[in-house]
Design a protein around this ligand. Structure first.
Ligand code: ZN
Length: 215
């Protein structure tokens, strides 16, 4: 056994159990659970053409994303991206022209030590053979969205995303927009609105996990 594995045994992304030599990223029992679950259905919105993920944002998945974002489990990005790429392949017949990420506020990303959405975009990009571009920026720190109603979120986010790319570069293109989670979809919609304003033809949203839409 190699020393790194002995000192820092890899643990299951979902349940944190120490993995055996045969297990990668997740344990056999979590893999079994995952196989039984149906990925959340594809969503559409006012400005983006489709949004999808492999994982449902609840329970252990929700906690795993939280550890990824706030507790230094940066290496989870590899595993999340592998599932995201699988779902992309199931949903789309062609590759996107451009991959970009929902922007984080610079101060928040600095505090966290990394840009969680852009890292996912890089990892998905590695799998699809496309280097991600930074096309969008957060214009101001939006107040934390937690606990806000959908309508309040929309009002909050409107006008908070700016374009920092080259409009010629995105004209008529299919852009794949990456984020960690999709809940109400208001952030994704605002990013897509800006991208379409600057000439993008199609915007699809690919996230690590998505809530199931309430009926
Ligand atoms: Zn597990």
């Amino acid at each position: 056994m190699n020393i790194k594995r002995l000192l820092f045994p890899p643990k299951c992304v979902f349940c944190s159990r120490i993995l055996t030599d045969d297990e990668q990223h997740i344990c056999t029992s979590c893999a079994e659970d995952l196989r039984k679950q149906k990925p959340p259905s594809r969503r559409s919105g006012a400005f983006f053409d489709a949004a999808y993920s492999f994982l449902t944002y609840s329970g252990t998945v929700r906690r795993a994303i939280h550890r990824y974002k706030y507790y230094g489990k940066i290496h989870y990005a590899d595993y999340f991206a592998s599932l995201m790429a699988i779902r992309y392949g199931r949903e789309e017949k062609t590759l996107p022209d451009i991959i970009t990420a929902v922007p984080s506020h610079r101060r928040k990303a600095a505090k966290r030590g990394f840009d969680h959405s852009f890292l996912l975009a890089q990892k998905v990009g590695e799998r699809l053979g496309i280097e991600p571009s930074r096309l969008l920026k957060k214009l101001e720190a939006t107040p934390a969205m937690y606990g806000l109603k959908a309508e309040q979120r929309r009002a909050n986010i409107r006008g908070s995303i700016g374009f920092m790319g080259d409009a010629e570069q995105i004209k008529g293109k299919h852009i794949l927009l990456i984020d960690d989670i999709f809940t109400t979809g208001s952030t994704a919609a605002e990013c897509a609105r800006v991208l379409k304003n600057f000439g993008a033809k199609r915007v699809t949203v690919l996230v690590a996990a998505m809530t199931v839409k309430k009926k």
